[in-house]
Structure formats: structure tokens, C-alpha cells
Design a protein around this ligand. Structure first.
Ligand code: GLC
Length: 748
């Protein structure tokens, strides 16, 4: 009898066969598990990892600049070359390629970018034994800003002035669409560093001096960048530069920082934590040194803080050539092999090497063979990298459609860029000259930045130092253009010199002076004198002497000390407002938009007052040196209407109050909510921002608002002078502060 037993045995053996197939290699179809998109990611990672050689693993930990694959395979641009791609992608198994600021294709179009990334991807997949896709990265720090035809959004400092997380999320989605359309699935943005010192060349790359505001906006931008995708792989954002990078002792980029761990944990890390909580998948390590230790060589930073205390689980990538700099610049390693071991063991998973693939991978392999770096550490790093690539869907969607790229990128979201520019514009001072009448007869527009797109766009545009002289300029509406479009019937005279401006002012209704600074990034943008130049101040003085109303528009990446310019009739901070900046600012100048921007940073009165921030700690002498004495305070910003807050009440974690529009025109009001701690276990700033409300009200309208905040935002690093331990929320009495009102609450 064909026993039931035999039948049962038959079923069991079939089940065993299918199960073993699925475990050993995916579906019954024989597909390896790692190639099976329906398999759990952890299983795919495990399966692929065990198939990889040590050489292939070392390659995944390497990121090389695209210049090594094309042209002269050094710095001269040109078409991709198979021989150079073989050296990097096949021989060294490199798993990530980047465009540094300026590494664009010869024809800098979205289509050409897409064709380039596709060709690199194809070469890697065709010549890779396990067909692991390459992950391509670039700095889309204000839109897909290496691409000359892309829409350049305002730089982060101006977006910080919007206090608008929803806007930051939209901008993240837009930037993600543009970068993904070109096959770039890793954006080295946003910058999470907090603004602390206006001498620093990267000040404009930050959102704010306040950890909460910076973190809230950065987290929103990350959510936007990493949000739902359409027909391409997903994009990963980057929290950078971890950490303690933005307060170098002497204000110069990459010069050492001396930060007590309390200051590090309570001021510099929270904006990173906000992004980790928002799911950012990668972090870039700070090139600088903290307390005498380069962060790329520190276990405390990339291991203890990043992984153990803050819980980050994604990929930690080095910054540019920073493992090599442990030898050449920091002299903490005798040679490159030792530097690689030091940094990989510190917790850096991938090296933005970015030029010598063979040297890096062979030295890393030497370290493993000598035991200087364990195989377990290699597997840990590679596991994170593979997981990232699986999570992005890169194995299933490694390519993009070049035929769609131009349509997706060119001219995208110009209206969003315009509203971002006007929302980030801060009305610092206004004696009533603004808004200008749309019936104005004649205006003089002057100042070196009135019609200068390069200065208006700033650094990290096409090139890292800004649009190179002689290179085509991304489509940009300058302030002069924006004003001309706003009042087409008026005579708008552009006066590129002081004498012409003075002469033309005599018959004008008002003079607009647009001042800025030359584009730049990093060290080249450092300054020992973060102030308007003598020439700029003289320019404004001269037109003010005509007796005509003078409006000064500041297109600067940092709050420059104003000097005599403080005396102008109106002062407007437009920051680095991007492609639509001229229109967005004109919208504010003529009242099409009622300004709502608030300073995300303190505007210093004198150069020597750096580093400056509103949350600086109280001093003992009570004199001016310990007092906070800016020209315009953090959170300052005027409107064309007036608002009033009332009815403040507070409990632990919730603050309620009413906002009324007491003026004659609609407007958006941003209400910062601070917390004051009457008695604290360690020095506490007078006030700390814990939340804010944004309300748009018609004239006479009143609305009740409620702002909630996480009590953990009140945490401080407790302990004595040598404190380096945990953070905790001190129990006791606090006060919520909104405007001039205070309301007590208790944390138990
Ligand atoms: C630079 C910057 C970093 C950027 C990287 C790649 O040195 O420090 O912000 O992402 O190199 O361009």
C-alpha cells in the first residue's frame, strides 16, 4: 500500500528541500537570498556578507572621487575610462563613488550626470563577482547644487530664519527628487553643526546657533530627503559633521576645538540626536579635533557618543581624506596603514579616501592580516554599508532613466525656492519706509551684490567655492531683477558705483543698497573680520547723506557687524537666498509677502564678541563682558503688522497661550517658547528654546496655541568640572517664557 507514511515522507522531504533552498539561496527559483528582494534585509546582509572575500569587503569600505574614473583619471575632466574604472571598481572592488564640490561631468546637465552614474553602475555590476551596486554621493546642500541648471535653494542659514520645519521637509523632498533623477542616492546634507562663531567659513552652512532649532529643521529636512520615492532607489541624507566642528578655538575651519564634554553633549550633539531620531541613515565624521584628539581617531566620539549613548546604527563615513590627515596633518599615526587602523577601529566604517583605492584597500587588508583590525570590525562596517544599500533599494533599482533627468531637475520648484527666500528674509529694522509702494516712481538699486548672482548663490554652487569665474551661472533672479519685475512701471536705475548712486538718488523715491560677501566655503571663507567692509559702510553713508530713504539688503552668509550701516532707514537680512532670491526679497520689500523670518542666530554688534550665542552662560562679574549684547538678538524679526501674546500657562511639557494679530494686515507670527531655570545644578543659560508656534492670522484674529516639548530637552550633563557622563533632567522649578510673560511649572 502506498502508505500514508510514504506520502507524508514525500511532503516532508519536499518541504525540507524548499526550506533549505530558501535558506541557502532564496526562492525555489535558486536565486541567492541576498538577491531576493522579498527576503528580510538582515538575511540578505548575512547571506551576502558570508559570500564576500576580504578584498571585496575592503572595497565596500572605500569611497573614491569620480575624477579618478575619467579624463586623466586625476583632476582633468573628461569621459569615463574603462581602464580607470577597472582599477577602482574591479581591481579594488570600490563600493562608493562621490562628486566632491565641483566634480561635474564635462557637460554639466542632469542627463549627463545620469548617464555618468549609470555607466559607473553598469561597469561595477558587469565586473563585480557578486554584483554589489555602487552608491554615488554628492553635496546637495542647497538643492542639487553641483548641477548648473538646478534650482539653488537658500543656504541653510537663511532656511534657519524661516523657523518652518514643513518647508524644510518640502525642500528635502525636492532635493531628493533632483539628486535621485541623476543617480545620486547619497546626499552629504544637511549640516547639523550649530552656528557659534561668525569667523568660521562654514557659518552659512548651519541652520542656527540653537541646538533645538537646528535639530528640528535638520530632522525635517532628513524626513523630506528620505521620504517616499517613485521609480528610483531611495536617497540617504547625512548628518554632518559629527561632532563639535563648528566652534574651532580661533574661528578657523578645521583648527582644533576645546569643548568640555558638557558643552559637547548639551550644545553640539542634540541637533545630531534629532536627526538620528528622524532616521538619518549616514553620518559624516568631523575633520577637526576635539580636546586634542582628531575625531577620526577618537573612540569616544564615533563609538561611545555616536553608537552607545546616541544609538546611531547607520554608516559613519569619513570626511575628505581625513584618515590620511591623521598622518600628514595631525601626526597621531606614523604612517597611513596605522592611521587606517586607528580610524577604522575608532568606528569610521567608510573612508572618503578619496583618490587612492588600491593603496587604501591593500593597507586595510594588511591591518586585518596583522590583527591590527579585526575581521569582526570589518564585518561590522560592511554589514552597515550593505544594509544601507539594501534599505535604499539599490540592488533592485541601481539605474535611472537619463531621458527623464533634465525634465525633473531643470527649473524645478522655483516657486518653492521663491517662498523659501521670502520666508527666510528677516526684517531687522524698519522706520516705516517698508513696504515700498508699488506705485513708486523711481528707485536706485546699488551695492556690489545688487546684480551679482555668484555672490547671491554663495559657496557649494557648481563648485565648492561657488560658481567659478567664466563658468555659466545657474539661472538666478538677482535683487535688481526682482525689484524691476515687482514695479515694472517704475524707473529702476542700477547704479554700480557710489557717485552714480548719489547722483541718481536726488530724483529717486528711495535707494536700495545690496551688500554681500564673496562666495566661498570652508577655510577660504574664514575671516578675521566678520564685518561689513569700510567700503560697504562708506557706500551706505554716501547715499544716506543724500537724505533719501535708504534700505539696506544684506546677502551675507553670516551676521556681519554693521557699523554705521545700522543707521539705515531699513535693514533686511536676505542671507544667501538662492536662485529665486531676488524675487523672494522683492516680495518682502514691496509687501507682497509680510516678513515672518526670525534670526536663527545672534547678530553681533562688534567683531570681538565671538563666539556669541543667546544661550551663553551667565558670568559672575555681571558686567558687559558676561552680558549678551548683540545688535539684534536671536529670535528677532519685524513684521508689517503687530502681534500680541497673552494668557500664558505652563505644565511640564506643555505651554499654552494666545496670539492676536493687532495690526492692519495678515501675517505669520513665530512665537518662540523658552524655558528658564531659576536654580540649576550647573550653570544654565538665562533662557533655552524648547519649542515654537507658527500662526498665520488675519487682522484682528486671535488664536489659542499649545506648544508641547519633550522634558528630555531640559537635560544637562550633570557633575563637576570634569563632567563627561550622562545627561539628566534636573528636577525642580522652571518657568516657561513667551515674550515678556512667564509661567511656572515643576519637573518632578
Ligand atoms: C568636504 C566637506 C564635506 C563634504 C565633503 C565632500 O571637505 O567637509 O562637508 O561633504 O568634503 O565634498
Amino acid at each position: 500500500m502506498f502508505s500514508r507514511r510514504r506520502a507524508l515522507f514525500g511532503v516532508l522531504s519536499a518541504t525540507v528541500l524548499i526550506t533549505s533552498l530558501s535558506q541557502a539561496g532564496g526562492q525555489a527559483s535558486g536565486l541567492e537570498t541576498y538577491r531576493d528582494a522579498s527576503a528580510p534585509v538582515d538575511r540578505r546582509v548575512d547571506d551576502l556578507l558570508r559570500r564576500m572575500t576580504l578584498e571585496e569587503k575592503a572595497g565596500q569600505m572605500t569611497q573614491i572621487r569620480v575624477g579618478k574614473l575619467r579624463g586623466d583619471c586625476q583632476y582633468a575632466n573628461g569621459p569615463l575610462r574603462d581602464d580607470c574604472m577597472k582599477t577602482v571598481l574591479q581591481d579594488a572592488h570600490v563600493g562608493s563613488i562621490l562628486s566632491g564640490g565641483g566634480d561635474f561631468p564635462v557637460e554639466n546637465t542632469p542627463r549627463a550626470w545620469a548617464e555618468t552614474t549609470n555607466a559607473i553602475q553598469k561597469f561595477a555590476l558587469d565586473h563585480g563577482r557578486l554584483k554589489i551596486p555602487v552608491l554615488y554621493g554628492a553635496d546637495g546642500v542647497h538643492g542639487h547644487s553641483n548641477v548648473v541648471s538646478a534650482t539653488m535653494f537658500p543656504h541653510q542659514i537663511g532656511l534657519g530664519a524661516t523657523w518652518d520645519p514643513a518647508l524644510l521637509e518640502q525642500l528635502g523632498q525636492s532635493t531628493s527628487r533632483a539628486m535621485r533623477a541623476t543617480g545620486v542616492f547619497w546626499n552629504f546634507a544637511p549640516v547639523s553643526d550649530v552656528a557659534r562663531d561668525t569667523r568660521w567659513g562654514r557659518y552659512y552652512e548651519t541652520y542656527s546657533e540653537d541646538p533645538y532649532l537646528a535639530g528640528t529643521l535638520a530632522a525635517a529636512n532628513v524626513r523630506g530627503q528620505q521620504s517616499h520615492v517613485d521609480d528610483t532607489a531611495q536617497l540617504t541624507a547625512t548628518a554632518k559633521h559629527f561632532a563639535g566642528y563648528s566652534q574651532p578655538l580661533n574661528g578657523h575651519d578645521r583648527s582644533p576645538a576645546q569643548l568640555p564634554v558638557r558643552l559637547l553633549q548639551d550644545t553640539f550633539l542634540p541637533s545630531f540626536q534629532a536627526q538620528f531620531d528622524a532616521g538619518v541613515r549616514t553620518v559624516m565624521i568631523n575633520s577637526g579635533a576635539v580636546n586634542g584628539v582628531p575625531v577620526h581617531a577618537s573612540r569616544f566620539m564615533p563609538q561611545t557618543e555616536l553608537r552607545e549613548r546616541m544609538g546611531f546604527k547607520g554608516v559613519a563615513v569619513s570626511d575628505w581624506q581625513d584618515m590620511r590627515y591623521l598622518v600628514d596633518r595631525y601626526h597621531v599615526a606614523p604612517d597611513y596603514r596605522a592611521a587606517i587602523a586607528l580610524s577604522v577601529n575608532a568606528g569610521v566604517d567608510m573612508a572618503m579616501e578619496p583618490s587612492n583605492a588600491g593603496e587604501f584597500t591593500s593597507l586595510l587588508l594588511e591591518n586585518v592580516r596583522s590583527g591590527a583590525v579585526s575581521r569582526g570590525r570589518i564585518d561590522q562596517a560592511v554589514r552597515r554599508i550593505l544594509r544601507l544599500k539594501f534599505d535604499l533599494g539599490l540592488f533592485e533599482k541601481p539605474f535611472v532613466d537619463p531621458s527623464k533627468a533634465n525634465a525633473i531637475v531643470d527649473g524645478a520648484d522655483r516657486a518653492l525656492a521663491r517662498s523659501a527666500a521670502s520666508e527666510g528674509t528677516v526684517l531687522l529694522k524698519n522706520d516705516g519706509v517698508l513696504p515700498l509702494s508699488s506705485g513708486v516712481r523711481k528707485l536706485v538699486v546699488t551695492g556690489e551684490t545688487a546684480d551679482d548672482a555668484r555672490r547671491q548663490l554663495g559657496g557649494w554652487t557648481v563648485e565648492w567655492q561657488g560658481v567659478p569665474d567664466g563658468y555659466p551661472i545657474p539661472p538666478t533672479a538677482t535683487v535688481l531683477q526682482g525689484i524691476r519685475e515687482a514695479v515694472p512701471a517704475a524707473s529702476v536705475v542700477h547704479a554700480p558705483t557710489v557717485p552714480l548712486a548719489v547722483a541718481e538718488a536726488a530724483s529717486a523715491d528711495a535707494v536700495i543698497v545690496v551688500l554681500g560677501e564673496k562666495p566661498g566655503a570652508e577655510g577660504p571663507a574664514d575671516t578675521e573680520n566678520p564685518a561689513l567692509t569700510v567700503e560697504q559702510q562708506a557706500w551706505v553713508d554716501a547715499v544716506r547723506a543724500t537724505g533719501k530713504p535708504v534700505v539696506v539688503v544684506l546677502l551675507t552668509g553670516r551676521p556681519q557687524v554693521l557699523g554705521s550701516v545700522l543707521g539705515a532707514n531699513a535693514l533686511v537680512a536676505g542671507w544667501l537666498p538662492g536662485s529665486e532670491g531676488g524675487r523672494g526679497i522683492a516680495d518682502v520689500l514691496f509687501g507682497a509677502v509680510n516678513p515672518s523670518g526670525r534670526l536663527p542666530v545672534s547678530w553681533p554688534k562688534v567683531v570681538g564678541d565671538q563666539p556669541m550665542s543667546y544661550d551663553q552662560l551667565p558670568g559672575a562679574n555681571g558686567g558687559p563682558s558676561s552680558k549678551y549684547d548683540p545688535a539684534f538678538a536671536f529670535g528677532h524679526g519685524l513684521s508689517y503688522t503687530t502681534f500680541a501674546t497673552s494668557g500664558l500657562s505652563a505644565s511640564a511639557g506643555t505651554v499654552r497661550f494666545s496670539v492676536a494679530n493687532t495690526g492692519s494686515r495678515a501675517g505669520t507670527f513665530i512665537a518662540p517658547v523658552y524655558v528658564h531655570q531659576p536654580v540649576s545644578p550647573v550653570l544654565a543659560p538665562e533662557n533655552r528654546l524648547v519649542g515654537f508656534a507658527r500662526v498665520t492670522l488675519a487682522p484682528g484674529e486671535k488664536r489659542d496655541v499649545s506648544v508641547t516639548f519633550d522634558l528630555r530637552q531640559l537635560a544637562v550633563t550633570v557633575g563637576d568640572v570634569d563632567a563627561s557622563g550622562k545627561r539628566e533632567v534636573p528636577r525642580g522649578s522652571y518657568e516657561a517664557v513667551v515674550g515678556d510673560a512667564r509661567a511656572g511649572f515643576v519637573v518632578r
